[in-house]
Design a protein. Sequence first.
Length: 271
Amino acid sequence: MDQIVAEEKMEFSSDQKQIKQQLSWGTKGVNESFEKVASYGLAPNMIFYLMRGYHLESVNGTTILFMRSAISNAMAIFGAFLSDSYLGRFRVIALGSFSSLLGMILIWLTAMIPQFKPPPCDQFTSSCKSATPAQLAILFSSYGLMSIGAGCIRPFSIAFGADQLDKKDNPNNERVLQSFFNWYYASIGVSTVLALTIIVYIQDQLGWEVGFGVPAILMVFSTLMFLLGSSLYIKVKARKSLFTGFIQVLVVAFKSRILAFPPNHSDEFYH
């Protein structure tokens, strides 16, 4: 009788853990999907916003967007160092979510508040005033915040989702892990299609105020869903950074550069 009760408890515990894992995958999947729709939806029409709203030439606007993309990719290195050495994936993703949210709200405010961008061009003289340093600072601050968010979210989302699977307790998790990767990349594809169609359509038909407001609202849901699932996540602690070990090797090699080889050494072995 006691054995039957123990087996039932083990089955209940296993089912409860599986439900917890599914809930954590669900909240993480919603977070990733909303973030993709929000961030990718801002990219296609941004060059037109810079040209029409800030009166920038296409060359200058393209350069700014190129630098933003380059910084976003470079920030992944900073995010990896921060995640592996100090904060862990959960805190870095949470930091990136808040940073992206603030950046999207700020770019939305540039469309909502007239003082945040230059006035419209004069229809009679076709003269356009350039953006002031303060207005450009607000614009570049929004880009910087979104770049930090991209560098702290995108490199770790799939790894953080894989952390939720504990192979030791459930031998079937290998199959579930493969399913997770399939659904992850499928959600990225669907999110990209929605961002490049629906969000772009909203911007074209309803204007920048609504077109920038929808991604900001989606990012609010993304951040809330991620934080609501905090108690369900498996949070892997930060470890010693690979950069620290690499620098230590360089320092030791530099200090040992003047050491003499031991006698009777083999040139083939040492060189």
